[in-house]
Write a protein that binds this ligand. Structure first.
Ligand code: HEC
Ligand code: HEC
Length: 476
């Protein structure tokens, strides 16, 4: 996404003051630093008004954003009757086969609508003893998730009807991975958008059917069963008020409206998209980053170092939309197999994301095997489980994976009977060419110096924590 231009300079102090700050900059770096001190109070109060070089020096000194922006947040309004009904449904355990599990059990409001614990995957089912297949993602900010499509890198095509055709056309492209950060080597057709780790649902309404009927989640056996529960629920009256007195004659319609109501709740309730992290406040020029957070941010954005922003976009859009920390694209990172998952007890089972087995429409499109959605990093630091198979539980482990997957794989992957390191052990050998080895930090080779030092890693983690909503400080 292109960077947002700096917002207009404030009217006071006068442009004259700004000009005084500018002149010494031309005389070289040493003078510039002096100038930065000299203009420090000014740069500190009006960071947007100073030129870039002084701005960066001021950023170093104060942690303030030299180029604050105006972020476009969704308007806040009282919930509609539809969304209020959705809220009741979201928190109602009676909707599950076990009677014990609501949407909020796995998407906890106190945990950024993600899992409330550090289990690799959640338990569910009629007797609550079935193991899930993947860790629940956060439900925050999904109102901006585009529909699933296969298209050129960085496009936001929403032509979902022809995705299989698009994929077939793209099958000839050897590498469907992108070069993160922009410089593209060929026309690359990449999967993007969609809900779930593999993009198999497009709308929040369509998505909500999944957990309701999934035998390892809410485990209802049929639409009719769900409709009958709703008819007996304390809020049955809301259904007849909103959809007419005959609604319960049509179970499919009842459940469809219920799912729509849940999706309206997620779209309307501000708790799903507050944009009140420290980083949002910093973007707006209100909060200051610590030196560690500042260093972390620069490493995060550096295309030759951590390069996180190559996939987890950190800059606001031209339109002032706050950055989502995902490019909505799919990548095969080759995270290690999680042997604690029951499904992985079968050595022939592989969760390959876009090419199946939880979605079946792309099973022939093997160039997408191993690819999973790039998740948002907003509130990621509050999670206790990471990646599509829940293999990691701390950000230190995640960072070690990014840093040492290529340079020191023996640390991350098991050794086979012959002593060989079984790299990418959660992807069958014939699909391992799909794994991204181009984008930094994955461009380093075996034995190379890793892209990040231990202190770089701690700084990046400090920066990741600024992406947690609910920052209590200036501007909030
Ligand atoms: C037993 C735990 C569990 C329950 C209960 C549950 N979910 Fe989920 N949810 C998950 C998991 C696991 C995923 C990821 C599944 C996948 O990628 O295949 C998910 C994914 C989602 C997504 C897609 C998120 C994204 O980033 O793509 C949405 C939206 C969602 N759930 C909403 C709901 C709603 C609404 C309910 C209640 C009707 C619900 N969930 C109940 C576990 C659960
Ligand atoms: C080439 C694209 C790419 C780059 C570069 C990248 N990521 Fe990711 N990131 C992904 C994808 C794709 C996933 C999900 C992979 C999976 O589960 O198999 C992911 C997952 C994550 C997760 C887990 C989030 C969750 O909800 O489970 C974290 C944390 C994360 N990345 C942080 C980073 C950091 C920090 C950097 C920089 C060091 C970085 N990423 C660089 C694509 C990328």
């Amino acid at each position: 996404m292109p960077e947002l231009p700096a917002s207009p300079t404030p009217s006071s102090p006068t442009p004259h003051a700004a000009a005084k700050c500018t002149r010494p900059v031309l005389r070289g770096a040493a003078v510039m630093v002096v100038a930065a001190f000299g203009c420090g109070a000014y740069a500190l109060a009006f960071p947007a008004a100073v030129p870039d070089t002084v701005g960066e020096a001021a950023e170093n000194l104060t942690g303030a954003n030299p180029h604050p922006v105006v972020l476009q947040r969704p308007p806040v309004a009282p919930l509609t009757a539809m969304a209020q009904l959705g809220k009741q449904l979201f928190f109602d355990p009676a909707l599950s086969g076990s009677g014990q599990q609501s949407c909020a059990s796995c998407h906890s409001p106190a945990h950024a609508y993600g899992p409330p614990n550090g289990l690799d995957v959640q338990q569910g089912g009629i007797a609550m003893n079935q193991q899930g297949h993947r860790p629940p993602p956060s439900l925050m900010y999904l109102y901006r998730q585009p529909n699933f499509s296969i298209g050129p890198d960085a496009s936001e095509s929403d032509d979902a009807a022809t995705v299989v055709q698009q994929a077939t056309a793209a099958a000839n492209v050897v590498k469907s991975q992108k070069v993160a950060g922009g410089a593209s080597t060929s026309v690359e057709m990449v999967p993007q958008g969609g809900l779930f780790w593999d993009g198999r649902a497009d709308t929040l309404q369509q998505q909500a059917y999944g957990p309701l009927l999934n035998p390892v989640e809410m485990a209802n056996t049929s639409i009719e069963q769900v409709s009958a529960k709703l008819e007996k629920s304390p809020y049955a009256k809301s259904f007849t008020q909103l959809f007419g007195s005959r609604i319960f004659n049509d179970p499919k319609m009842v459940v469809s409206e219920a799912m729509f109501a849940i999706s309206r709740y997620q779209v309307e309730d501000p708790s799903f998209h507050p944009y009140n992290s420290k980083y949002d406040r910093w973007l707006e020029g209100h909060a200051r980053l610590t030196q560690a957070e500042l260093r972390g941010m620069r490493l995060f954005n550096d295309p030759n170092k951590a390069n996180c922003a190559g996939c987890h976009v950190s800059k606001p859009g031209k339109d002032g939309l706050p950055p989502m920390f995902t490019d909505y694209q799919y990548e095969a990172l080759g995270v290690p197999r999680n042997h604690k998952l029951e499904q992985n007890q079968n050595p022939h089972f592989f969760d390959l994301g876009v090419c199946g087995p939880y979605r079946m429409d792309f099973k022939e499109q093997t160039q997408y095997c191993g690819m999973f959605l790039t998740p948002t990093l907003r509130n990621a630091a509050t999670r206790a489980v990471f990646f599509h198979n829940g293999i990691y539980h701390t950000l230190d482990q995640v960072m070690a994976f990014y840093n040492e997957r290529n340079t020191n794989p023996g640390k991350l992957y098991p050794h086979g009977p012959d002593g060989e390191i079984e790299k990418y052990d959660d992807i069958p050998a014939r699909f391992q060419k799909n794994v991204d080895v181009i984008d930094a930090p994955f461009d380093r080779k075996f034995g190379d110096k890793p892209a990040m030092t231990q202190s770089d890693i701690q700084d990046i983690i400090a920066f990741l924590k600024t992406l947690d909503d609910g920052y209590k400080g200036p501007g909030n």
